[in-house]
Design a protein around this ligand. Sequence first.
Ligand code: AMP
Length: 215
Amino acid sequence: MIIVMLGNIGTGKGTQGKLIMKNYNIPYISTGDIFRENIKNNTELGLKVKSILNDGKLVNDELVNQIVFDKIKNLDSFVIDGYPRTIYQAEKFENFVNNLNRKLDIVFSIIVSEENIIKRLTGRRICPECGKIYNIYFDKPEKDEICNFDGEKLIQREDDKIEIVKKRIEEFKENTEPVIEYYRNKNILYEIDGEKEIFEVFNDIKRVIDDYIKK
Ligand code: AMP
């Protein structure tokens, strides 16, 4: 089964993608995580894409496609998050999958209001020591900007700063909204309300997947 997680930034598609991975025991691939991991490890790829991510722009289509194709070439089932993000990627992805005699099964579009997306992302703070994630609007630490567990000063992801978040939202509208329409026209798009609690959102997702499996 091939599942695609679409949706604006900050809608929780990564969280839901990982829940799908655990529940259905299929690999989870996130292009954003691949880039961040490479940046952290100072690899050649990381050095190439660091300023693009920090600027809230999109990495070159051919490069992303190459990375994804290499990851999925031997996988029968997977859930992919953050890809495809442009019509060009969507078309090449479909060709690649079809050439392997497989097809995309389900595309989820998770929907959250722009106001909440901005709060979720610009409010996010991370402990550099233990990785615990807080939110200054929804899930504050006991002391401002300090981790409850180890007293470390919390940090903000470079691309969670307001001006970059706004750019990323614009990038989504320009490039990825057309991808959602593309899948809507193919009748494989399922829209999910992402404003609910994490497990309620997952229940909605699970219902779609379970119905699809039964058919
Ligand atoms: P994400 O965590 O999915 O929001 O991705 C973080 C960043 O990685 C994006 O803002 C882009 O710079 C880059 N990125 C991730 N996936 C893609 C993609 N499919 N196409 C182009 N750039 C991507």
